[in-house]
Design a binder for this molecule. Structure first.
Ligand SMILES: [Zn+2]
Ligand SMILES: [Zn+2]
Length: 188
């Protein structure tokens, strides 16, 4: 299915250079990435954030949708650095933390006031004032500890080196989770 191409030329964009960087990373223009773009800018304003070179800024996203890509580009919260974490609940909500000062905020997207096409939604989410777009509240999850490096062990089944946090002991053998198999007796 061909995805409809969306246009931004009639849209007031807060920081077009930054928006272009987000789109270069994300690959396409969409309302979803706009939500992450606006959340990043609003959180920056509320908490005084700037691009996180290390783990100064932490984001916990409650969805794994398009918006997360904007947060990676704008705030430097990324999967590889360990300062982008997921608490998947299918909600357009993001919690941002500023590690040095200990400030945080949870931004929950407000429900749109009407039914819209994707092009209308794109404009709507770019131009809506911050306070109307998101409900800002306190973080519900405490600030996670910084990313750790773990020792590694060789899986005694497949022979692949595996971080200790991901090793299971099965009949006295150290196994990676793929080789250990599942034990789901408690999922009742
Ligand atoms: Zn998208
Ligand atoms: Zn293995």
């Amino acid at each position: 299915m061909a995805v409809e191409k969306l246009e931004t030329k009639d849209i007031a964009i807060i920081d077009r250079d930054l928006w272009e960087k987000v789109i270069a990373f994300h690959g396409h223009i969409c309302p979803g990435v706009t939500i992450g773009y606006r959340a990043s800018l609003y959180a920056s304003k509320l908490l005084g954030l700037k691009f996180s070179e290390d783990e100064e800024v932490v984001c916990i996203s409650e969805n794994d949708a398009c918006g997360v890509d904007a947060i990676q580009v704008i705030l430097g919260c990324s999967a590889g650095k360990g300062n982008l974490l997921f608490h998947l609940r299918g909600k357009s909500a993001y919690t941002f933390y500023e590690r040095t000062g200990g400030k945080s905020v949870r931004l929950m997207l407000n429900r749109p006031s009407r039914k819209m096409s994707r092009q209308e939604a794109l404009k709507y989410y770019h131009e809506l004032p911050d306070e109307e777009m998101f409900s800002a509240g306190p973080a519900r999850i405490p600030l996670p500890e910084p990313a750790k490096n773990f020792d590694s062990y060789v899986c005694e089944e497949c022979g692949e080196l595996t971080g200790s946090n991901w090793i299971r002991i099965v009949n006295g053998r150290k196994l990676c989770m793929d080789c250990a198999g599942e034990y789901n007796r408690f999922n009742v």
